[in-house]
Design a protein around this ligand. Structure first.
Ligand SMILES: [Zn+2]
Length: 269
């Protein structure tokens, strides 16, 4: 292919990659090889707490085309620190080189053991405030919490961002777009029972779509069950091309341009 893919959501610090990387002991070497072998021009490494955010910054410092997002995922809100010191630690990380977004942040009402809704909303809103103050986009995780997530986002008019691994309705996608948000899709679009999300893909103009693997999770068909990586992003691009009835090269190049514009990456570094 003479066009290149941009994987906007990855977790390469995950232990699942320890085995998958095989003899490539150095994670940066492993990622560089995947990028080279699969025409990947850019990757966003997404943190879920302070230590995994620092891991993304470390990878970004070693790999051309790799950038970091730093934030507290709702499942990873620290139990032993208050929101003030959490924001202070996050603020320090956000000053580092190649940090292009705050994420992933949001609300997750699926897991019973997650922090209380009020606690999740507090940390989400404080990170949205930070994004407004620093003019950084946010990467939003929303699971069984679309209504509340949308309300939080709407309360922060100065924020812009992306709803990752989007699972909401077409109506909400439209409302998000008019609030300066993008929509990103994973390999879920390739799953057999994905008719609902495919309807959403159809309804969202390609200019507002980004592609992601969310690796090591969510491997697309025909790789389901395997450890996912950026090399499998092409299956998601192909499915979106099929749904929208346009050439796959067009999906790849437009979504790559969308990602560069969104994360303000003018020249890959
Ligand atoms: Zn994620």
């Amino acid at each position: 292919m003479n066009v290149k893919l941009f994987d906007t959501h990855t977790h390469y610090d995950d232990i699942k990659f320890d085995e998958a990387a095989g003899d490539k002991k150095d994670r940066a070497d492993y990622i560089r090889a995947i990028m080279k072998d699969n025409d990947i021009c850019g990757i966003i490494g997404v943190g879920v707490d302070i230590s995994s955010s620092a891991a993304q910054i470390d990878l970004a410092s070693k790999i051309k085309g790799f950038y970091a997002a730093c934030g507290f995922h709702p499942e990873n809100i620290p139990k032993d620190s208050d929101v003030e010191s959490g924001m202070e630690s996050l603020y320090k990380l956000l000053q580092k080189n190649k940090v292009v977004a705050i994420g992933e942040i949001g609300l997750d009402y699926y897991w019973k053991q997650n922090p209380l809704k009020a606690v999740q909303i507090l940390w989400f809103e404080r990170q949205l405030e930070l994004s407004e103050r620093l003019s950084l986009p946010v990467v939003v995780h929303s699971r069984e919490a679309h209504g509340d997530c949308f309300e939080c986002v709407r309360r922060h008019k100065g924020s812009r961002g992306v709803f990752h691994s989007y699972s909401g309705s077409a109506e909400m996608a439209k409302a998000l777009i008019s609030n300066n948000y993008m929509i990103s899709f994973t390999g879920v679009v390739t799953f057999k029972n994905a008719s609902r999300v495919c309807e959403v893909v159809k309804s969202v103009p390609i200019e507002y779509i980004m592609l992601e693997t969310d690796c090591p999770y969510m491997a697309p068909v025909p790789m389901r069950g395997k450890v996912n990586h950026s090399g499998y992003l092409i299956y998601t691009a192909q499915k979106i091309a099929e749904i929208k009835n346009i050439p796959v090269e067009e999906v790849v190049s437009i979504t790559c341009e969308n990602a560069k514009r969104f994360f303000k990456i003018s020249e890959l570094s």
